[in-house]
Write a protein that binds this ligand. Structure first.
Ligand SMILES: [Zn+2]
Length: 445
């Protein structure tokens, strides 16, 4: 094993002066790096990742090489490898950039990466989310000691939020309208949920930006975050440090004395934060936050479990948004597979959202302290066409499928399995509905 590994390393090293990242992703595409020294290689890795619009870089040490993986549209893709002889110096270079301890390789470390005046990669390429951000790259570097060396993970933060717009995130028009109307209010809580990587933070930042723009800056907006992922001009952002005297709960309590009008709390994850957040929402503040739960109703159930009084939920919560990101069918090749989508047929992401407001049957169920099933049943009663009992996320996904914007495999991956009969029934309904709408429009014109 070891001998084989050594041979491979040597052959990889001898192959050419150019370092070839030899194992391409499934398509067989191959990344070429011209640098054979750590500083240049780090720069190229980051440039490549950004030009592919990757959200994360992972460097995994094995006995004979380091594997390079990028997270593209939420999926971890093997990009290739480089010789293990370079590994420790690459890690050291990254640690210098993040101001970590280069001589400590025996403990996990974490730090902020901030790369100024970073050269623009892929200038002629298609517009990517990161492209204009290439002047300043921000992210978080984490290192973790493993058997064969320190594993590296880099998470890139989004760019400055000034050009983030709610109407460009991919919400369906109705959802967008409801969200914008709730954000125009001056009090109450608007909460977001969804698993990691479902775009919650992006939505939160875009929401803050839209509030700021709507009030032409004449409104006091504060955030308490961990971590601060994007700087937003005109908004007071602060970094909470859980486990210290400045955690979410204590930070929020002090912040309310600063007379904010809009408050964003990164996450409500304990009873104290939940209590103060709901108090803020009930006393003349617009509060935005996220809660970890599987569904919009799950957020309400979670808050009840945290000891929030039912009346505080029914009077304080304006709406709960549950969102997911699914990969979009590649526009360039209509899903057949091309270079633009790395032969996957999928490129870019689409936002699916489920949205509940506290009213009607749901309001009654909360006041009766119903359990999660009870809340879900009530929400279904309130929803239009709720008799089908299907989740609104699936409904939104199938509407996108009918429009040719995504695939069934992708919906199943993100939303979980669903019986085929229900899927075909729903699709038939959607197609009939759109034909009906079209013929109505035809009559009108
Ligand atoms: Zn394509």
């Amino acid at each position: 094993m070891v001998v084989l590994g050594k041979d491979r390393t040597e052959s990889a090293g001898n192959r050419s002066q150019k370092m070839a990242i030899t194992e391409g992703i499934s398509s067989g595409s191959c990344l070429l790096f011209s640098s054979t020294e750590p500083v240049g290689l780090v720069e190229e890795l980051i440039q490549k990742a950004l030009s592919l619009n990757a959200s994360d870089i992972h460097l995994d040490p094995s006995p004979d090489r380091w594997e390079v993986r990028f997270r593209l549209d939420g999926i971890l893709c093997l990009q290739g490898n480089f010789p293990s002889s370079l590994g420790p110096n690459v890690v050291a270079r990254l640690k210098v950039l993040a101001e970590l301890l280069t001589y400590r390789t025996d403990i996990p470390q974490e730090g902020r990466l901030e790369l100024r005046d970073f050269p623009r990669a892929n200038p002629a390429g298609s517009a990517t989310r990161h492209e204009e951000a290439l002047r300043v790259i921000e992210g978080r570097l984490s290192t973790f000691p493993t058997l064969h060396g320190e594993k590296v993970a880099i998470r890139f933060f989004g760019r400055d939020a000034s050009d983030l717009r709610l109407d460009q995130l991919g919400f369906e028009p109705e959802t967008l309208e409801r969200l914008q109307s709730l954000l125009s209010g001056r009090q109450g809580a608007v909460l977001l949920t969804g698993p990691g990587g479902s775009g919650k933070t992006t939505t939160l930042y875009a929401a803050l930006e839209s509030i700021k723009v709507a009030h032409r800056g004449g409104i006091h907006i504060f955030t308490i975050e961990d971590p601060i992922e994007r700087p937003i001009a005109g908004i007071t952002q602060s970094q909470a440090r859980p486990g210290t005297e400045f955690d979410f709960a204590r930070g929020l309590r002090s912040l309310l004395r600063q007379d904010p009008e809009v408050v964003m709390v990164g996450e409500i994850r304990d009873a104290q934060t939940a209590a103060i957040a709901m108090e803020a929402a009930l006393t003349g503040h617009l509060l935005l936050s996220t809660v970890h739960a599987g569904s919009a109703c799950g957020v309400l159930s979670r808050l009840l479990d945290m000891g929030v009084e039912p009346y505080a939920l029914t009077s304080g919560i304006r709406g709960v948004l549950n969102q997911r990101l699914v990969r979009k069918t590649c526009i360039a090749c209509s899903g057949k597979g091309c270079d633009a989508c790395n032969k996957s047929g999928l490129a870019g992401r689409l936002l699916l959202a489920e949205w509940i407001e506290v009213k009607g049957a749901l309001r009654k169920a909360i006041l009766a302290r119903a359990d999660l099933d009870g809340l879900l049943d009530a929400a279904k009663l309130d929803a239009i066409g709720g008799e089908s009992g299907e989740s609104e996320l699936w409904a939104a996904g199938l509407r996108a499928l009918v429009r040719g914007e995504t695939t069934l495999a992708e919906l199943t991956r993100v939303l979980g399995p669903k019986p085929m009969q229900l899927i075909t029934d729903s699709i038939t309904k959607i197609v009939n509905m759109s034909q009906h709408n079209q013929s109505e429009q035809g009559t009108g014109a």
